[in-house]
Design a protein around this ligand. Structure first.
Ligand code: PLP
Length: 366
């Protein structure tokens, strides 16, 4: 049997009859960027994640950069985030001109550790970018305590966690701003790039709307240093078709996670841990083993290719070679990056495929 690591075509096939007409309608309407579908999707998405305002942008990466800019974070400021994630949050700090500060992660959830954040605070700290990694929320209560004590903003990076809930609140609506990605492989994926910033603060929403179109409120009058970061109508129309399915897709992911856990729990490897108060949406289901590379090869040889997230923590990336980071600075992130192995995880996986992956792992000599 072959179990693809991802399968975007399966989702397209299941929604084809709904997607094609809306795409055609947009094409026929002749309004391709920031039109009625974008406005409607901004409202629908904001409501879904419990926020008042949504601002559609062209990627999750831009959502983070614009969020920092909307908060006037820039040169002279420090922003704390995790070294164990996709590079976008770290990049956004660099793009805003602020200083990038990392804090190590919790070894069980791989999410930023509030105790480590406290060690990295300085009088220049302005914000924490809390990445809700792999589909579960960061420990927002502890982070909010730190933010309140030190007058910081929390920007939630919800790229991997749309629909995840933390102590009864959907992620994105807890911090000052919530940033989402609709990259095709995300739990809610567009058929191209897309992103969104949500907030309950009307003036921030207004500023974000200006930042995404070259700093204008009135056409050809530029009040802010802005960007071209607009969401297009085709992506918004597609996302409007997909949003109503998100809940069932996330539930199916949780079901698959349960099936993996039931099949693997007696093996000598670590399985994902969900912190209390969290509803996990399993963007990623990853196990930890000292024999990661051998297990990855074993699975690949049996029709189960996998991709490692993340093989090299951000502080050791070449792009940051000129910053004062060294091997050993973030030992938990470094250890996890050597042991982690994500398994196939998407709603269209069949039980037979999941059981096959389990069986292949069980045949491995741990
Ligand atoms: C945690 C995290 N933040 C931000 C992003 C950036 O999103 P995008 O690819 O839409 O720019 C990603 C996406 O891959 C991500 O995983």
């Amino acid at each position: 049997m072959n179990v693809p690591f991802l399968n975007l075509i399966a989702q397209y096939e299941s929604l084809k009859t709904e997607l094609l007409p809306v795409v055609e309608k947009v094409l026929a309407a002749g309004h391709y960027i920031l039109g009625p579908n974008v406005s409607a999707f901004e409202q629908e998405c904001a409501t879904y994640v419990g926020a008042k305002f949504g601002v559609g942008v062209n990627s999750g990466s831009d959502a983070l950069t614009l969020a920092l800019r909307a908060l006037d974070i820039g040169p002279g400021d420090e922003v704390i985030t995790t070294p164990f994630t996709y590079i976008a949050p770290a990049e956004s700090v660099h793009q805003a001109g602020a200083k990038l500060i990392f804090a190590d992660i919790d070894p069980r959830t791989f999410i930023i550790d509030p105790t480590e954040i406290r060690r990295k605070l300085s009088p220049r700290t302005r914000a924490i970018i809390a990445v809700h990694l792999f589909g579960q929320a960061a420990p927002m209560r502890e982070l909010q305590e730190i933010a309140t004590e030190h007058g910081l903003h929390i920007i939630e990076d919800c790229a991997q966690a749309i629909g995840a809930v933390y102590e009864g609140k959907p992620v994105g609506s807890i911090g000052t701003l919530g940033c989402f990605s609709f990259y095709p492989t995300k739990n809610l994926g567009a058929d191209g790039d897309g992103g969104m910033v949500v907030t309950n603060d009307e003036s921030l929403a207004k500023k974000l709307k200006m930042l995404r179109v070259h700093g204008i409120e009135k056409r050809y009058y530029h009040d802010l240093h802005g960007y071209n970061s607009r969401l297009d109508e085709i992506q918004a129309a597609i996302l409007r078709v997909k949003l109503p399915y998100l809940k069932q897709w996330n539930e199916r992911r949780a079901e698959i996670a349960g099936r993996y856990v039931a099949g693997l729990k007696d093996l000598p490897c670590d399985l994902p841990v969900t912190s209390s108060g969290n509803t996990h949406i399993y963007h990623v289901f990853a196990l930890l083993t000292e024999k990661r590379d051998a297990l990855q090869q074993h699975l690949a040889d049996r029709g189960v290719p996998t991709i490692i997230y993340y093989p090299l923590p951000l502080h050791l990336q070449k792009v940051y070679a000129d910053l004062p980071f060294h091997e050993g600075d973030f030992p938990v992130s470094e250890a996890v990056s050597k042991r982690i192995l994500p398994l196939p995880m998407y709603p269209e996986l069949t039980n037979e495929q999941v059981d096959y992956v389990v069986q292949m792992i069980r045949e491995f000599a741990f």
